[in-house]
Design a protein around this ligand. Structure first.
Ligand SMILES: Nc1ncnc2c1ncn2[C@@H]1O[C@H](COP(=O)(O)OP(=O)(O)OP(=O)(O)O)[C@@H](O)[C@H]1O
Length: 538
């Protein structure tokens, strides 16, 4: 019930007018049947013209009101879905990195695709169900007016028919859910085969296993689809049979209880036949309420979860005004990963370090020593659990991390390269050409209409492009995580001997994670990490 209220709130439309139109559309249908019934009973030549006029008016009333209802609900549903998407987008954008990692991508994708699609599909069914309920009430009055006994019998029949239909549809929904699950597994298995095609190409037995697995999933999908088809067929036949039974009830059973029924048998039967379609629509609308409510609950729960992870909003002047800081310092910055029981699995011991303007610092260390963890802390992507980051001696406050990150040009080891130059207005094309030339990409890629002409480059070339994007912000601080790992020896030398020193000479603070010992001599300071501890080598 609460969800229904929430739904009405979310729908944001003129509820009074909507309800009125719902009633008018039902009234239009009832009037159409009543007029036809009266016309059938009339004597030849008795008011034919007037009946035709009433008939047309009833149809006009029904079609205009019904059109309004359907259009409004379609518009309302799409508006509501757009708002839900906008809310999720805003909350996702505002959530901090660690929380987003914890929530994962799947629930967000599911909310903005599957759940919104469910609402879009089921909402019209609910409205049609509601409208048909009103119609059923009107038709019941009409049948009661024709014959009290017919009214009672049809009422009992209607309750049974709706119960029967709802039970059938509930079973169908469960089977559809099961089918979705097997389909997802089938798609996952296929994606795995496509993603791992190189690995499969090198091992015949592995390829065979993958095919066997996919065939098994395909078999399950076929079995579930077959069950649904059989369920539908049974449901369809039984619904049609109910329809005939109702005819029998009207023609054979009702007259057993009343003497006067013969006069109205045609009218009452016709009205009852109209009710069958309505009963089926009402029955479809009942599970649709559940589906919509579940989808809405999922979306609202995700929104609440994301909102709870919002980062502190940025302050007006959270950092020292000078754009190029003289120092960036880590003051006992520490962090610990924990397992689901809260026990630490890896601890970055408090790190102290000071990095200077115009100087290059290297951090090195073995796999799993904590370099990337520290890197995420230094970039401000993850907030330190203890300690502080200081810019020119001033600690970066929680509401200053956005402004702090704005001063950093960064390329992560698992970076993502947007093809468009997002967030960069008025980029000087000559600066882009100059950087492309410096990174030896001239002729490979260009900038056109604010986007690179291609990102289909080698992995080393793509990484050069990622660094160009970072440099186009003219960042006073540059942080690179194993940037040179996939560069060839020639360009590695260009990068360490030429590019990095000149970027530092421009007055930037440069911090690189690197394993390239032969170039450690260019670093002004060198740090080593082992088991979550950082020590200064020089
Ligand atoms: N998201 C995470 N959740 C839990 N533990 C993590 C997570 N990320 C990293 N760790 C753990 O933290 C430790 C340090 O990982 P980190 O990625 O910082 O190492 P690294 O020095 O960058 O290693 P590599 O050189 O292999 O990239 C590892 O033992 C790892 O298991």
């Amino acid at each position: 019930m609460e969800m229904l209220r929430q739904l009405l709130r979310d729908l944001d439309m003129d509820k009074g007018k909507f309800l009125l139109m719902l009633v008018l559309s039902a009234l239009g249908t009832t009037m159409t049947i009543a007029v036809v019934n009266m016309a059938l009973k009339r004597e030849a030549g008795d008011g034919e013209f007037m009946f035709a006029v009433y008939f047309l008016l009833s149809i006009f009333l029904y079609s205009s009101a019904q059109r309004f209802v359907m259009m409004e609900v379609a518009k309302g549903a799409e508006r509501m879905i757009a708002e839900q998407r906008r809310d999720i987008l805003a909350a996702t954008r505002a959530a901090d990195y660690t929380s987003l990692q914890r929530i994962g991508r799947a629930p967000i994708y599911k909310a903005v695709t599957q759940e919104t699609q469910t609402i879009s599909n089921t909402l019209p069914m609910i409205v049609v169900g509601a409208q048909q309920s009103v119609l059923l009430i009107f038709m019941s009055f009409y049948i009661a007016y024709l014959s009290g006994v017919a009214f009672v019998l049809i009422g009992l029949f209607g309750i049974f028919a709706v119960w029967f239909h709802v039970t059938g549809l509930t079973g169908l929904r469960k089977r559809t859910e099961a089918l979705k699950r097997t389909q997802n597994r089938l798609f996952e298995a296929f994606s795995g085969m496509l993603a791992g095609r190189k690995e499969i190409a090198f091992n015949e037995a592995r390829g065979q296993d993958v095919v066997t697995h996919i065939q098994a999933q395909s078999g399950r999908t076929r079995a579930n689809t077959g069950r649904i088809r059989r369920h539908w067929a049974k449901q369809y036949v039984l619904t049609q049979t109910l329809f005939y039974i109702l005819l029998g009830v009207m023609v054979f059973v009702v007259p057993m209880f009343t003497e006067t029924y013969h006069d109205v048998v045609i009218q009452a039967t016709m009205a009852a036949l109209f009710m069958i379609g309505s009963l089926s629509n009402v029955a479809q609308g009942i599970p649709a309420v559940n589906d919509t409510a579940r989808a809405l609950r999922t979306i609202h729960a995700l929104n609440d979860q994301l909102r709870a992870c919002e980062q502190a909003p940025d302050d007006e002047e959270p950092l020292p005004a000078e754009r190029h800081p003289r120092t960036l310092a880590l003051d006992a910055v520490g962090y610990a990963f924990q397992d689901s029981h809260g026990s630490p699995t890896f601890t970055l011991q408090p790190v102290d370090a000071t990095f200077h303007r115009g100087k290059i610092a290297f951090i090195t260390g073995g796999n799993g020593s904590g370099k990337s963890t520290l890197f995420r802390l230094m970039t401000g992507l993850v907030h330190p659990q203890e300690g502080r980051i200081l810019i020119d001696g001033e600690p970066v406050p929680p509401e200053g991390f956005g402004a702090y990150r704005d001063r950093i040009g960064v390329v992560f080891s698992d970076y993502y390269l947007f093809r468009s130059l997002l967030g960069l207005d008025d980029v000087d094309p000559s600066r882009v050409s100059e950087l492309l030339a410096r990174f030896e990409l001239t002729g490979k890629v260009e900038l056109s209409d604010g986007a690179f002409t291609t990102t289909d480059l080698s992995s080393g070339q793509r990484k050069r492009l990622a660094l160009i994007v970072a440099l186009l912000q003219d960042p006073p601080i540059l942080m690179l995580d194993e940037w040179a790992a996939d560069q060839d020896p020639h360009f590695r030398k260009v990068f360490y001997r030429d590019i990095l020193p000149s970027l530092a000479a421009e007055g930037r603070i440069i911090i690189c994670i690197s394993h390239d010992e032969q170039y450690f001599d260019i670093a002004d300071s060198l740090y080593a990490m082992a088991d979550g501890r950082m020590s200064k080598v020089r």
